[in-house]
Structures are given as structure tokens and as C-alpha cells.
Design a protein. Structure first.
Length: 146
């Protein structure tokens, strides 16, 4: 459907399933992965699951897999942030599409333009701290130009 290969699916599953439990618990979108057993993770990232549900996108036929919740999160200052959360399999599928785009995209923009993502597909890094720090360093180094 979207050309998500098994290698991409497995890489994305491994990227999120290998996060430590503390990180998974700290991020709303990763929290459901704390509820999976090792066998569940192996099954979901396996080739049989991929061939049955991901390659054909038939997982979309199951309403729970397409569920999106709308909630509010309280921020540290007491204010609220509107948040949406997609089902875990859909989250992994969307991340797989992102990795496929990354793997096939050839930038045609000028080389002096930087692009950042909250994570890093190049190094299969789901956390954004290091890349955000790199972005901020570049921003501060270039601030006088703008």
C-alpha cells in the first residue's frame, strides 16, 4: 500500500521496543509498549505479522487499530496541552512510512538549509534530545545572520 518493507517495519519496531521502560513510560505515545511482553514484541516485529497485517495494511480493518483518543495533558506550569494519541500499531506504521520516505528521498533543496525531525531516522534514534540540542546549537550559531 505505502511500500513499507519488512526491513523498515522491523527497524521501526526495534527502535521503539528497545527503548528502556523508563523512557517508554515517560512519553504518552510510547507508554503502550510497556504493556507488551517480549513475545508480543517479537510477534509484532515478526515477518508473519508484517505479511498478514502491515504489508497489506489490513490492520486498518480493525477499528481498535485506527482508534485515536483526544485528551488533555497537564504541563509543568499547570496549563493544559491538547493531545491526540493514535493506536500503537498505527503509530508504528506511520513511523515506518516516515523511514521509507527518509530512505528514498533525495533532497533538492540548497545544502545550506537544515531540516530537523523530532527524532532521527538516519541513526534510528526515536528520542529528540540530541537532535534538538544540535538544532539549538545551529540556531544560536546562526542567530546573527537572521
Amino acid at each position: 500500500m505505502f511500500g513499507v518493507s519488512y526491513d523498515t517495519w522491523k527497524s521501526i519496531c526495534n527502535m521503539y521496543f528497545s527503548l528502556n521502560a523508563g523512557s517508554q513510560k515517560a512519553y504518552l505515545q510510547w507508554f503502550p509498549f510497556t504493556k507488551l511482553s517480549s513475545a508480543d514484541k517479537e510477534n509484532i516485529s515478526g515477518e508473519e505479522f508484517y505479511n498478514s497485517y502491515i504489508k497489506t495494511a489490513s490492520f486498518m480493518l480493525f477499528p481498535p487499530a485506527m482508534h485515536q483518543s483526544e485528551n488533555y495533558l497537564q504541563k509543568g506550569d499547570g496549563s493544559f496541552r491538547d493531545s491526540s494519541l493514535v493506536a500503537p500499531v498505527l503509530f508504528l506504521f506511520l513511523q515506518s512510512i516516515g523511514l521509507e520516505v527518509h530512505n528514498h528521498y533525495s533532497p533538492i533543496r540548497p545544502s545550506d538549509i537544515s531540516v530537523y525531525y523530532a527524532g532521527n531516522y538516519e541513526y534510528l534514534r526515536p528520542k529528540y534530545k540530541q537532535d534538538y540540542d544540535d538544532f539549538f546549537k545551529e540556531l544560536n550559531a546562526s542567530i546573527d545572520e537572521y
